[in-house]
Write a protein that binds this ligand. Structure first.
Ligand code: ZN
Length: 60
């Protein structure tokens, strides 16, 4: 895995910070807690996965 050089360091687990990464044709949502979503062909889908993860883990 190659991470972008400007990626922020992982934060403490008090919050779930997601981002999407591209792998070839696919976009994958990732979280600083170690969670990784399924590979999606559309980045918007990966973002939906990320939003679902944060809402499930960070009820507000
Ligand atoms: Zn998380």
């Amino acid at each position: 895995m190659h991470e972008p050089a400007d990626a922020p360091p992982p934060a403490p687990h008090e919050n779930h910070h997601t981002r999407t990464t591209d792998q070839g044709r696919f976009s994958i949502a990732r979280c600083n807690c170690g969670w990784t979503g399924p590979a999606r062909r559309a980045r918007s889908k990966a973002r939906e996965d990320a939003n679902a993860h944060t809402q499930a883990r960070n009820p507000t």
